[in-house]
Design a protein around this ligand. Structure first.
Ligand code: GAR
Length: 233
C-alpha cells in the first residue's frame, strides 16, 4: 500500500498538527518548513489542552489554531468525529501527532487511513505508552531513542517509518535522556514527513519501505567494548 496518494507532488503537503503540550516537535516542523527542508504547509494546529504552549508557537508563526476539549463530547468517537471534520475542513492530507496525548479512535483512522503519523520517545516496540524515558532508564537499556510511525488501532504499534537511537549513559537522569531523545525527535520527524510528501513511503504488511534510501551497514555499541583494544573507526 502506498499511503502517498498524491505521489511526488509539487504542491506543499497540507498538514494538521495535533498537540497537547509544549510543542517542541511542532516547532521543529515549522522550522523545517520555513527553511524549505520540508515541502509542507500547516493548515491547522489543534490542541486538546487550552494551556498548551504549542498554541503560542502556532500563534507566533501565524498558523490557524484551536482548542477542542474532550469534556465537551459524550464519547471518544464523538470527539474524534469533530476532530476529523475540522481536519477535513482544512483540506488536511496528513495528520501529525506531535505530543498529542490521546488514543486515536477508529473514526479518525477511517477518515485518514495510513495518513496519521506519530512520534514516540522510545525505540518501539520497546516501551509504548507513557513515562517511557524513565521506564527505559529503570530497565537498564544501553540505547533508547525515538520512533516515527503510522498510527493504527493499537498503542504506539503502527508501521515504523524512521527510528533514531541514542546511548543511555550511567549517570543519566530522566531529564538528560529526555533531552537527548528530543534532539533526535526534532531531526527525524520533519524528515519522515518530507519522505511522505515526496511519495517515497510504501507500506507492505508491517514494513515501511523508503525509496532511494541509503543502505546502512554496521552496528552501534554502547558502551564500546574495548577488551580487544580500541575499535578502529
Ligand atoms: C515528545 O517527547 C513526544 O515524543 C512525546 O511527547 C513529547 C512531546 O513534546 N509523545 C508521546 O509520548 C506520545 N506517546 P513536545 O510537545 O515538546 O513536542
Amino acid at each position: 500500500m502506498n499511503p502517498n496518494f498524491q505521489g511526488k507532488h509539487k504542491l506543499p503537503l497540507r498538514l494538521g498538527v495535533l498537540v497537547s503540550g509544549s510543542g517542541t516537535n511542532l516547532q521543529s516542523i515549522i522550522d523545517a518548513i520555513e527553511s524549505k527542508r520540508l515541502n509542507a504547509v500547516i493548515k491547522t494546529v489543534i490542541s486538546d489542552n487550552p494551556q498548551a504552549f504549542a498554541l503560542e508557537r502556532a500563534k507566533k508563526h501565524g498558523i490557524q489554531h484551536e482548542v477542542i476539549l474532550k469534556k465537551d463530547f459524550p464519547s471518544r468517537d464523538a470527539f474524534d468525529s469533530s476532530l476529523s471534520e475540522r481536519l477535513s475542513g482544512h483540506g488536511v492530507e496528513l495528520v501529525v501527532l506531535a505530543g498529542f496525548m490521546r488514543i486515536i479512535s477508529k473514526v479518525m483512522l477511517e477518515a485518514f487511513p495510513m495518513r496519521i503519523m506519530n512520534i514516540h520517545p522510545s525505540l518501539l516496540p520497546s516501551f509504548p505508552g507513557l513515562d517511557v524515558q524513565k521506564k527505559a532508564l529503570d530497565f537498564g537499556v544501553k540505547f533508547s531513542g525515538c520512533t516515527v510511525h503510522f498510527v493504527d488501532e493499537g498503542l504506539d504499534s503502527g508501521p515504523i517509518i524512521i527510528q533514531a537511537a541514542v546511548p543511555v549513559n550511567d549517570n543519566d537522569t530522566v531529564e538528560d535522556l529526555k533531552k537527548r531523545i528530543l534532539a533526535e525527535e526534532h531531526r527525524i520527524y520533519p524528515q519522515a514527513i518530507e519522505l511522505f510528501a515526496e511519495g517515497r513511503l510504501t507500506i507492505k504488511g508491517r514494513r515501511v519501505f523508503v525509496s532511494r534510501s541509503e543502505d546502512v551497514a554496521g552496528a552501534l555499541e554502547n558502551p564500546r567494548a574495548s577488551i580487544f583494544g580500541d575499535i578502529p573507526g
